[in-house]
Design a protein around this ligand. Structure first.
Ligand code: UDP
Ligand code: MG
Length: 347
């Protein structure tokens, strides 16, 4: 907060070939932030190597609106990298940082509500889709399957239907910037940093114009990045499977030996099958053991902080300070939001 009691909100908007919608998006954001009280805003459009006129249009917007900043990446690095660039380059003095898509699927009209919720003592406010998006059935099923599998596998469950539409306090943003990993899955990273969080539900409008940039192969890559970065369960399962198989094979061999001792008869095929099972189990276990070490090297290479601090020894306990009202979750529809511009942020 500056001397005039103004807070600085930085809005980060990743854009890849969004020429059809970008001016409309700027207008919608501008319209909302103009009405905010005691909040000054900077809008960071991150052009992620667009091959259309997006960058040209963004630069024209920056000439018109002094609150607009344009970051242009040298090529297309992907949605997560574009957001990360914005988080790195947005004003370090910002009191809070909002991340939203450029296609108006994340309604800017929700911004006042999200700021309001942040003011109730939270560090992370996430937009959560209340209904299915207007995207093809195949995409919806793939998205549901992804969240289900991720949450089964991961030690760090994430909320389904929560896209990269979130507002972070300064310390939450700083925590995120301490995570230098290359293959980034921001939703998981935002879950990983902890802190108090709240959810603002909304009914997602359809993409205002243009097309989704997530092709099937991109979605697969995104999903595998997410699972590999946040789950070691497949490794543990492999070890368990290996141990189970070698246990079964050994039990089979023992049974054969017992049969031979009692009845003086044996079946060479049974012995062979038991041997193969035991050896296969041993091999899988050995590979899983090597994988365990590789997994630890991977964990180290991510270089995440060992811990993050919510309250330092010399800090007044923030949560003990009286809150306006505890808010953990709130539901708001896009239509309700349109009429909710009277909401004001509190300092
Ligand atoms: N985006 C980006 N780089 C990419 C792909 C997408 O910056 O390589 C941006 C895109 O312009 C949009 C946001 O990321 O603002 C979400 O992309 P999209 O709407 O295509 O994804 P969907 O909403 O269909 O999941
Ligand atoms: Mg979209």
């Amino acid at each position: 907060m500056d001397a005039d009691g103004q807070r600085l909100l930085c809005i980060i908007v990743p854009c890849f070939n969004e020429e059809q919608v970008i001016e409309q998006t700027w207008a919608a954001i501008h319209h909302v932030v103009c009405d905010l009280v005691h909040v000054s805003t900077q809008i960071y459009f991150v052009d992620d190597g667009s091959t259309d006129t997006t960058l040209f249009k963004l630069n024209a917007l920056a000439r018109r609106d002094p609150d607009v900043r344009v970051i242009s990446l040298s090529r297309n690095f992907g949605h997560q990298a574009a957001i990360s660039a914005g988080l790195d380059l947005a004003d370090r003095q910002a009191d809070c940082v909002l991340v939203m898509d450029a296609d108006l699927e994340n309604p800017p009209a929700l911004i006042p509500k999200m700021l309001d919720v942040l003011d109730h003592g939270h560090d992370v406010v996430m937009g959560v889709r209340e209904a299915e998006r207007a995207v093809p059935l195949w995409n919806r099923l793939a998205s549901r399957a992804f969240y289900w599998i991720f949450n089964q596998l991961s030690d760090m469950p994430i909320k389904a239907a929560a896209p990269d539409f979130f507002l972070l306090s300064r310390r939450a943003r700083e925590a995120l910037s301490q995570m230098p990993e290359q293959r980034r899955f921001l939703r998981g990273m935002v879950a990983w940093i902890g802190f108090d969080r709240a959810y603002v539900h909304y009914v997602p409008p359809a993409r205002a114009a243009g097309q989704s940039k997530y092709t099937f192969s991109r979605m697969l890559e995104f999903a595998s990045d997410a699972v590999f970065a946040f789950s070691s369960l497949p490794l543990r399962l492999a070890l368990r499977l290996g141990l189970l198989l070698s246990g079964l094979g050994t039990a089979g061999l023992l049974a054969c030996a017992l049969g031979f001792a009692i009845m003086h008869a044996y079946s060479p095929w049974t012995i062979l099958a038991a041997l193969i099972t035991a050896l296969a189990g041993l091999q899988i276990s050995a590979v899983a053991l090597v994988g365990g070490y590789v997994g630890r090297v991977f964990e180290e290479s991510k270089a995440r902080p060992l811990y993050l601090i919510k309250q330092a020894p010399d800090e007044q306990r923030r949560l003990d300070q009286p809150r306006i009202a505890p808010v953990t979750s709130t539901t708001i529809t896009a239509s309700a939001v349109r009429g909710a511009r009277h909401l004001r942020t509190k300092n």
